[in-house]
Design a binder for this molecule. Structure first.
Ligand code: SIN
Ligand code: FE2
Length: 210
């Protein structure tokens, strides 16, 4: 944990260098164990398009997407339970989030050329809790917009160790990742970017497809 620079952009709170390189490597190790138990999958959108990002989750619930839509599911598509959220990641929530602990830790892996279009995180059913994100590995160009579709946006390059708190006015704001600078970080020997987001999922978010 660090007293790094804080950027406030459109209600998004960007904590630069929240994790130092040693802590980043420790989190990555814990994520490798999660991925061994619950492998990364290439989700397909309800419209039948394959996402360029690969995903898995830890926690009581995991975010999944397939022909049936987006939803939080109690198990990985293979049928195994999601592994518990590693303590090294919960520590970030404990420092920056509310007492209510997250139900889901969504893990996104961006390989070369992967991106994520502008979207809202709104499958959780309850929006009074923040979503907290940690970036590891290669830099990613994070775009932040508005709750409504369209309008002005602002972008910031997120670096390994940066944490973003999306709460309050930013909780339902559109956001996405335009591109990554593949190979810009040495954290992962083969390159790539990992982003983990911690989310509270209310009973209305559980199982309901959007
Ligand atoms: C997300 O919105 O789920 C991911 C954001 C990011 O990769 O920084
Ligand atoms: Fe998101």
């Amino acid at each position: 944990m660090a007293e790094g620079q804080i950027l406030r952009l459109r209600g998004f709170e960007v904590r630069r260098g929240w994790l130092n390189p040693g802590a980043q490597a420790a989190v990555l190790n814990d994520l490798r164990a999660v991925i061994r138990a619950a492998p990364l999958v290439h989700p397909v959108t309800a419209g039948g398009r394959q996402m360029s990002v690969r995903m898995t989750s830890a926690g009581r619930l995991g975010w999944v997407s397939d022909a049936a839509g987006y939803r939080y599911a109690p198990r990985h598509p293979s049928g195994v339970d999601w592994p518990p959220i590693p303590d090294s990641i919960l520590e970030i929530w404990r420092a920056l989030g509310p007492d209510r602990l997250p139900d889901c830790c969504l893990i996104n892996f961006y390989g070369e050329g992967a991106r994520m279009g502008l979207h809202q995180d709104r499958d959780e059913g309850e929006f009074q809790w923040p979503v907290i994100s940690l970036s590891l590995g290669d830099e990613g160009l994070f775009r932040m917009g508005n709750v409504e579709k369209g309008g002005k946006t602002e972008s910031v390059w997120l670096q390994s160790g940066d944490v973003v708190v999306m709460g309050g006015a930013a909780r339902l704001a559109h956001h996405g990742v335009d591109r990554i600078r593949f190979g810009s970080s040495r954290l992962m020997p083969k390159g790539g970017r990992v982003n983990v987001t911690l989310r509270v999922v209310g009973s209305r978010g559980e199982g309901a497809a959007s």
